[in-house]
Design a protein around this ligand. Structure first.
Ligand code: B12
Length: 366
């Protein structure tokens, strides 16, 4: 049992409670001490936005100023407490999906939506701490204008890899990050973990769409994850783009799959992402996906972060993926799938998805 005492000090208290609440990685920072280091990362963020790498993710432009100073998100903030939790991969699932098996989903979409899970668990930890040392807090997990990787890096949770992900030497990079801004400083100076990428450039070379213009810089507008999860505006992919995205229907893990630090299977510690029911979110067979109704899709993804991808957006992704993958199928299968796709085109009301289905019908007829 963890015994918590007020004279531990807030930082020590929080770090003591973290494992009990399921967080293997945690670290606290005094905000004044962190600000100079954070300023350098905020400048990097500004350069990234200046180059237009955010594409149509307008919230990243809007939150630009706030990211430089967490007090814009929580005015009482004197400190921050960062946590990370691993979400896989499991044994056998550390390898890329085979396109012959159907659609591929990024691992982070498995099971319950991480935004909710991380925030609930972190809030429970903070409530326990606040009963010992009173303080106010605001919990964030991909829900506020915050430089989450930068804060986690300065709190000592890992280094920022060439693929821009936060990597821990023992736990790899399949990690969710969350943080709480605190009205009382927990102490703690920036202690960034040293870089362990060395000369490896596996992630940069493996990216199927060459989305890294420089080491450690991702052009989101070229990233499959952005196309399939974030970009809702009209988008007519080139054949090269389709080849890159291929069977990846929601998110992309290639730059993590090839990372030497992710070679070992490391199952998520929590049942929310690890029980076999969590896999039900990942419907893979093309014929099953093509005959799934909007309501069935909404039900399948209701508890997952995939619910952020609305049915019309998912339909568009499905149409692109079938267009790309059908080139490898035997004529009889193409003919069968074409009938299903023609039906989808007849039923589709969303203009973007209609365009994608039309293109798919044409490709299946070639
Ligand atoms: C927008 C966004 C995206 C965009 C853009 C990603 C990107 N690399 O910028 C898209 C849709 C493409 C995306 C994809 C993914 N995302 Co995302 N995303 C975000 C979000 C909301 C903001 C990221 C951001 O600010 N980007 C702008 C760029 C400039 O920032 P950055 O690359 O993170 O770099 C910053 C620092 O790391 C630092 N830095 C980076 N490299 C270096 C090098 C040097 C020398 C220095 C000094 C500083 C430095 O400077 C930058 C400014 O602070 C965060 C949540 C959050 N609020 O932070 C989640 C977040 C980054 N995503 C996350 C995840 C899980 C993913 C995916 C793995 C999902 C998937 N499988 O499809 C992929 C990974 C792709 C990749 N290689 O980044 C996790 C990352 C966890 C981790 N271990 O790093 C986060 C933190 C969400 C969370 N709370 O867990 N994402």
């Amino acid at each position: 049992m963890t015994t918590v005492k007020a004279n531990d000090g807030l930082g020590a208290l929080l770090e003591k409670l973290a494992p009990k609440h399921g967080f293997p990685l945690s670290g606290a920072l005094d905000l004044d001490a962190a600000m100079p280091a954070l300023a350098e990362h905020a400048r990097r963020y500004d350069t990234w936005i200046g180059r237009g790498y955010q594409g149509t993710m307008r919230y990243l432009d809007r939150g630009r100023g706030r990211r430089a100073d967490p007090r814009a998100v929580f005015p009482e903030a004197r400190g921050v407490f960062c946590v990370a939790a691993p979400y896989g991969p499991r044994d056998g699932d550390e390898h890329p999906d085979d396109p012959a098996d159907g659609a591929s989903y990024a691992r982070y979409l498995r099971g319950r939506d991480y935004h909710a899970v991380m925030k609930e668990r972190l809030a429970a930890l903070l409530a326990e701490a606040a009963a010992v040392i009173p303080f106010e807090y605001k919990v964030c997990c991909d829900t506020s204008a915050v430089l989450e990787r930068s804060l986690a890096h300065f709190a000592g949770l890992g280094w920022i890899g060439k693929n821009t992900c936060l990597i821990h030497p023992a736990l790899g990079s399949y990690l969710f990050l969350a943080e709480a801004f605190l009205s009382v400083s927990p102490g703690g100076v920036p202690r960034p973990m040293r870089d362990h990428c060395g000369t490896c450039r596996a992630c940069l070379d493996a990216c199927p769409t060459s989305a890294f213009p420089e080491t450690g810089v991702l052009d989101a507008t070229r990233c499959v994850s952005y196309w399939t999860l974030e970009h809702r505006a009209p988008f007519v992919p080139s054949n090269a783009d389709l080849d890159g995205a291929r069977h990846r229907i929601a998110g992309c893990d290639v730059c993590q799959e090839v990372c030497p630090y992710n070679r070992k299977p490391r199952p998520a510690l929590w049942p929310e992402w690890n029980d076999r029911d969590a896999d039900a979110t990942f419907l893979r067979a093309w014929e099953d996906l093509l005959t799934e109704s909007e309501d069935e899709y909404a039900q399948r993804v209701a508890r997952s972060a995939l619910s952020w991808v609305k049915p019309a957006h998912f339909a568009r992704n499905l149409a692109y993926a079938v267009t790309a993958c059908a080139r490898d199928w035997a004529p009889a299968r193409r003919a069968g799938v074409r009938l299903l796709v023609e039906q989808r085109l007849r039923d589709e009301r969303d203009e973007n998805a209609r365009q994608a289905w039309s293109r798919c019908v044409a490709a299946l007829g070639e």
